[in-house]
Structure formats: C-alpha cells, structure tokens
Write a protein of this length. Structure first.
Length: 317
C-alpha cells in the first residue's frame, strides 16, 4: 500500500481517534466534577478511586495477555520487547522506555492511558487546592510544562519528560472548555449541522495535508472539540440506535482489544498468502475488521469489564 493511497490517508486520520478520546475525557471529567466543585465538596480519594476502577482492571488484564505473548510467543511481535522496569512502569502508568527505546508501554496503546491518568491526577490535585479556580491554574501548569518542552527540546531523549511536556495534553482542556460552552449555551439545529459538516470536511482535508504531529492538538484537538459540541447539541432531538449506545459503553474495551483482532486477521492473511489485495478486497477487509472488532470487543465488555467494574464499584466506591 503506497503512502499516496486513500488507505494511507485513512490510516493517518485514524490516528486522530486518540485526540477525540482525549477531548471526550476532558468533557466527561468536567461533567462529573462540576457539581462537587460548585458545592465545594470534591473528594480527591473518591474521584481517583473511581477513575482507577474504570481504567485499571481491563488495562491490566489486556496488558497481562500481551506480556504473556511477549514471553512465550515473541515472534508474534515486530520489534517489540520489555524488561522488568518497563513492565512495572507499564502496569503503574509510569512512562518507562522499552529496552529498544520505544516510548510505549507493554500494551502499545497504553501511552494514551499514561497521559489520561496523569490528567486525572493533575485535575484532582488542582481542584483540591484551588477549588473553583482549578481550570486556570491547571491549564497554566500544563502550558508551562509544554513551553519548557518546546524551548528546551530533546523530548525524544526521555519518555517521562516527553510525556509531561506533550502538547496533546491541551486536548483534555479543550474538552473541559467544550463542556463549559455546552452547559451555558445551546446551539440551534441548523448551526449545529453546519458546524458538524465543517468539522468533517476539515478532518478529511487534514488527512491529505498531514501536518506535523506536534501540532495535532491544534488541528485535531480544536476540531474535535467543536465536533463534540455539535454532536451533543442534538441530544434529545435525535434518538440514536441502541447499537451506538452499546458501542459507546464498550468503547474502552474496544480500544484496548482492537489490536488483537486486527493483528490476528493480519497473521492469518499473511500465513495464507492473501495480503496482496486489490482495492475492493482491502475495503471489504477493513469493514470485516471493524465489524469483528466491534462484536468481540463488545462481548469482552459484557463478560469482563462490566462485571468487574460493577463488583469493584459496589465494594470500594
């Protein structure tokens, strides 16, 4: 598949799912903390406990599967390795480079969860100490960190330093701003449709321009913030199909497990010599991968994540 093919452009745009994920996370955190901040009864321990119950169990389970495969079936992976410190850091959401200097945990997509947990901690601490002024001070803190990273440079030399100064962290704050806007102002349907269409056109345009990755918080973060505002403005006006609600609930498990299903299909095709496909076949394969990932990811959610989350919530939260 050439770099100029439509699938290469789609793959580039597919990376922006992370940016949408961060914006939505910021939006949700604003939603669940607003009342407690207003009433001045925010509980740091309860907040962090609920976040850990939501994030940790499924992440540890999937990471453990990857770790076992790395140990017993290393040929399943391409240029991937781990050691004791890297493994411990991976499970504790602490950025530790792998033995081959990759800036990613045992479970590759876990780099986003390192940033997610970092954002939770920063948000909770600043709410705890600065109350209603938390947004301004926490944003200033992240801005200073990112500015230091930009001025000093050499972010590629240290994983922890690169994580703490990653400008993509601004996208969580875009989500906070999106919630504040949504809670104070309702958009008219026509304007929401226009905004939604504009965002979609810009996203398609961005996958062909392929701007520098360090600016993604601007061209994807801001766009997805506006996209989210437009989508949520249809709440109560459009009845979404039940399947979309199920996929929304299962989205975290889908995110953690999608690599397994796609990689499994790739391995089967590679061993059967069917990787040299035409455009029609590739399109059908992509649809099959999406369908398979959604089905099996949802099954994992209902059988594993939801069961564990309910039990831990009832016991500890």
């Amino acid at each position: 598949m050439s770099d100029d093919s439509i699938y290469a452009h789609m793959a580039f745009l597919g990376r922006s799912g992370v940016d949408l994920f961060f914006v939505i996370s910021g939006f949700i955190m604003a939603y669940i903390t607003t009342e407690s901040v207003k009433k001045d009864n925010f509980n740091f321990n309860r907040f962090m406990k609920k976040r850990c119950i939501r994030i940790v169990p499924m992440y540890w389970i999937v990471s453990s599967v990857v770790l076992c495969l790395l140990i017993y079936k290393p040929d399943f992976f391409y240029n991937t390795s781990t050691d004791f410190l890297h493994t411990v850091g991976s499970f504790l959401f602490f950025p530790v480079a792998s033995p081959d200097d990759k800036f990613a945990p045992v479970l590759g997509v876990g780099w986003t969860l390192n940033l997610e947990m970092y954002f939770y901690l920063v948000l909770a601490l600043f709410i705890l100490f600065f109350k209603r002024s938390y947004f301004m001070y926490s944003l200033l803190f992240i801005a200073i960190c990112c500015t230091v990273g930009y001025i000093v440079g050499h972010r590629e030399n240290n994983y922890l330093y690169a994580s703490l100064t990653n400008p993509i962290l601004f996208e969580f704050f875009f989500g906070l701003i999106a919630f504040d806007f949504f809670s104070k102002k309702k958009l008219k349907t026509k304007f929401s449709l226009l905004l939604l269409l504009t965002c979609i056109i810009f996203l398609v345009f961005s996958c062909y321009k392929q701007w520098p990755d360090e600016l993604r918080f601007l061209y994807w973060g801001i766009t997805y913030s506006l996209f989210l505002i437009a989508i949520i403005s249809f709440e109560g006006k459009i009845k979404f199909p039940r399947v979309t609600l199920i996929l929304g609930d299962a989205s975290y498990t889908l995110y953690l497990t999608h690599y397994f299903f796609i990689a499994g299909i790739y391995i089967l095709l590679n061993r059967s010599g069917l990787l040299d496909l035409n455009n029609v076949s590739i399109s059908l394969l992509i649809l099959f991968c999406i369908l398979t990932t959604c089905i099996f990811g949802s099954v994992c959610y209902f059988l594993i994540e939801r069961v564990i989350t309910v039990k831990l919530t009832n016991k500890f939260a």
